[in-house]
Design a protein around this ligand. Structure first.
Ligand code: ADP
Ligand code: MN
Ligand code: MN
Ligand code: MN
Length: 332
């Protein structure tokens, strides 16, 4: 039977890239081939040289369309098959190979807001809902908005074979989180892009928009982040390596913060469970630090660290590459 392949790629929109997708009908047994698109419509090429190449890099079942349909995550290439300037995955492939012997693992916590008519889902037309307090991990229709979508999304992730590890309602009304991992750097970034695409696509059916803006509402409302948990085999065995990883991140803090998502200074204010964007600190159980060491890790004298700085709108190929380079580069 012919079936549909949804080709998915990251575009060139600034300051934050968007996801794009289009369908190719494949004959029975046909592998998804190299394909292409009009880069002049995605901020990826001028009109007089508009062809950008799509190279399939990861294929999963399409749990939204079902049947034999598939999702095909792609890298963007130039017509000479070199990585396109908007392709941040190619650089991660190199770094992940260079440090594969240290066995880096990532787990990312993607926060997001459901939006309706330009305001967060659950916010009244005028004014504000009750202040933050009951929403985080809450239950009941007075405080929870969009659970049916968040739940349907986690099922889609499982059906697509992604390593989703949990979900929760967040501190701000209408805000949610899902976690993926722990898995290798490249799998982490690829799976996060696929999970984001399924979330946007699913929310269409509920007439909701999904925002990964780092500070959807100014004032006393939490921003949206993408905490990035990280370990190497050495960190999973001894605490000195855990501390060394924190120290290495401290030495390269500016470069990380600059590349952790547009508008990061709106979110990393030192309030709302963040450290300031221009200050680096790490600490056990400290949700006001740049990097947190979970209490269990200190107790067990081994485990992983949580880099709390990445924005919800971060590029996971860049975040996982920088952390791998900084920590593994320092350790070798
Ligand atoms: P919290 O909200 O308390 O910060 P979560 O439970 O939301 O924590 O997320 C914890 C994340 O840590 C998960 O994504 C999980 O995959 C990841 N994780 C657990 N163990 C490791 C590890 N050894 N290395 C890297 N990531 C890990
Ligand atoms: Mn979390
Ligand atoms: Mn969270
Ligand atoms: Mn966290």
């Amino acid at each position: 039977m012919p079936h549909r392949a949804m080709y998915i790629w990251v575009d060139g929109t600034e300051p934050s890239h968007l996801l794009r997708s289009k369908t190719k009908v494949l004959a029975e047994g046909e592998e998804p081939p190299i394909w292409g698109f009009d880069g002049s419509s995605t901020n990826q090429a001028p009109g007089n040289a508009s062809d950008v190449v799509l190279k399939p890099v990861k294929i999963v079942p399409d749990p939204i369309r079902g049947g034999d349909d598939i999702l095909v995550l792609c890298e963007c290439l130039n017509t000479d098959m070199t990585p396109h300037v908007t392709n941040t995955r190619a650089a991660l492939v190199e770094v992940a190979e260079r440090y594969a012997h240290l066995d880096p693992w990532f787990g990312m916590e993607q926060e997001y807001n459901f939006m309706e008519e330009g305001r967060p889902h659950g916010f009244p037309r005028q004014g504000f809902p009750q202040p933050q307090g009951p929403y985080y991990c809450g239950v009941g229709s007075a405080d929870i908005y969009g659970r049916e979508v968040a739940d349907a999304h986690s099922q889609l992730c499982m059906d697509a074979g992604l390593a989703i590890s949990g979900t929760n309602a967040e501190v701000m009304a209408g805000q949610w989180e899902f976690q993926i991992g722990p898995i290798s750097p490249l799998e982490m970034a690829d799976q996060l892009i696929l999970a984001r695409w399924m979330l946007y696509r699913l929310a269409e059916d509920f007439d909701l928009e999904v925002s990964i803006h780092p500070k959807p509402i100014a004032g006393d409302w939490n921003g949206a982040g993408c905490h990035t948990n990280f370990s190497t085999s050495a960190m999973r065995e001894n605490y000195d390596a855990v501390i060394a990883a924190c120290e290495a991140l401290g030495k390269n803090a500016d470069e990380h913060v600059k590349n952790y998502g547009a508008g990061i200074e709106l979110r990393l204010t030192g309030e709302h469970e963040t450290q300031r964007f221009d200050t680096f600190s790490y600490g056990v159980s400290d949700r006001g630090a740049s990097v947190r060491i979970p209490w269990q890790v200190e107790k067990d004298r081994k485990g992983y660290i949580e880099d709390r700085r990445p924005n919800a709108n971060c590029d996971p190929y860049i975040v996982t590459r920088l952390i791998t380079e900084t920590v593994c580069g320092d350790a070798s």
